[in-house]
Write a protein that binds this ligand. Structure first.
Ligand SMILES: NC(=O)c1ccc[n+]([C@@H]2O[C@H](COP(=O)([O-])OP(=O)(O)OC[C@H]3O[C@@H](n4cnc5c(N)ncnc54)[C@H](O)[C@@H]3O)[C@@H](O)[C@H]2O)c1
Length: 375
């Protein structure tokens, strides 16, 4: 494909930025957008037509490839519509709000023979890529344990975003699937999981109904473990991923931005993003703010900060290359073979069941239901 003509579903905070970036990328053009509320300004900015429905956008003869950046609950139907139209599709995270939906999306795109990429953008942070390379080379030995924490505080809101409603976003765990995906990309899928927590400090009309405090444990084969913490009931915000191995450890710091490798031989620090400037941009935003990311980032009237635009560029350039016929890179293969999306959502569903039923849950309890069916 020499010039790729994109259609974008959902042109709010993130979809609008994706459309802007693609419209300036060589060999790419945004020809159509669909958004029930915010299509017009982005359409004008990028020179695209506004299309009245997702189905029409996918069936549009001018659209070669579909980008899905609508709210989380709406991803499934848009991806299925793209598969029906036989078009490659990129979907924002979380891919779906249940394993069954996720499996149906992977199945539909595979049957249609079209590329389907999961928008797990954290994989495109330069420091995350470097950390994974170091781990692959054995720099910290065998990974025994990961700890991932992403928490902050939510003040009362004038209007409650869809991101704070469990039925629309999935709540913290699904909406911020990045850390779970990263841990699993390093350690594989857990066998059993537990989750405790609840909505402990955000009840009432100025809040959504998501759980604001989630404490997670994951148990992997071979006596390896992970602990994750998510939420918006934490006055002392923390955001990091710590990977502990037999020979050393790596800490990915998403607040005091940077990555550190520690071994008995000493310590090395490297950038999380592409430049000192992008790392400093991120640090400046997080220092002095305890606001939960789902509020701080993400409404159609704002533009993403420099560091986030940087990883959108990396991610969409990679996707655009695949659409034009480039081979998938091994480090990103899980994003296009369905495994990253299904593995993270399967674990999220098992965790949800653990919280609801008050017990340790095997991830196989979730995956066994769909495997072998035609869902
Ligand atoms: N990868 C990241 O770091 C990251 C960051 C922010 C958002 N996101 C993801 O991007 C997606 C959009 O989030 P956002 O921050 O842009 O939210 P947003 O609220 O700013 O934008 C969502 C847009 O979707 C539109 N919309 C509502 N229903 C729709 C439908 N049925 N079809 C098409 N459009 C519809 C809304 O009018 C709005 O303009 C979400 O899935 C979110 O998880 C990812």
């Amino acid at each position: 494909m020499s010039e790729v003509r994109y259609g974008v579903v959902g042109t709010g905070y993130f979809g609008g930025e994706i459309a802007r970036y693609l419209s300036g990328l060589g060999g790419a053009r945004v020809v159509a957008v669909h958004d029930p509320e915010f299509a017009e300004p982005v359409a004008q900015e990028v020179g695209a037509r506004v299309v009245p429905s997702v189905e029409e956008l996918c069936q549009d003869a001018e659209v070669d490839v579909v980008i899905v950046a609508s709210p989380n609950w709406a991803h499934r139907d848009a991806v299925l519509a793209a598969a029906r139209a036989g078009k490659p599709v990129f979907s924002e995270k979380p891919i779906a709000l249940s394993y069954a939906d996720c499996a149906a999306m992977i199945d539909a795109t595979a049957r249609a023979g079209v590329l389907f990429m999961a928008g797990h953008v954290m994989n495109f942070m330069a420091g995350v890529r470097h950390a994974k390379r170091l781990i692959g080379e054995g720099a910290i030995g065998d990974v025994l344990f990961c700890r991932a924490i992403r928490n902050g505080w939510e003040e009362p809101q004038e209007s409650v975003s869809w991101k704070k409603r469990r039925d629309l976003s999935g709540g913290h765990l699904y909406h911020h699937i990045h850390e779970l995906d990263l841990v699993q990309s390093i350690m594989g899928s857990p066998e059993t999981v537990t989750m405790a927590g609840g909505n402990v400090a955000h009840d009432g009309p100025q809040f959504g109904d998501e759980d604001d405090l989630l404490l997670i444990t994951l148990e992997f084969p071979g006596q390896r473990f992970a602990a994750l913490e998510y939420g918006s009931a934490f006055r002392w915000p923390e955001h990091y991923v710590l990977i502990q191995g037999t020979l050393g450890a790596i800490r990915i710091d998403l607040q005091d931005t940077g990555v550190e490798l520690r071994t008995p031989g000493g310590s090395q620090r490297f950038l999380l993003h592409r430049s000192e400037e992008e790392d400093a941009d991120r640090t400046a935003i997080y220092r002095g703010s305890s606001t939960d990311g789902a509020i701080q980032y993400g409404n159609p009237h704002r533009r993403p900060p420099m560091w986030l635009r940087g990883i959108i560029e990396e991610e969409l350039t990679y996707f655009h290359g695949l659409v034009q016929g480039a081979d998938a890179l091994p480090e990103f293969a899980a994003l296009t073979d369905g495994s990253a999306a299904t593995a993270s959502i399967a674990t999220a569903d098992a965790l949800t069941r653990s919280l609801r039923e008050g017990r340790k849950v095997a991830v196989a309890e979730v995956t066994a239901v769909v495997v072998g069916s035609n869902a």
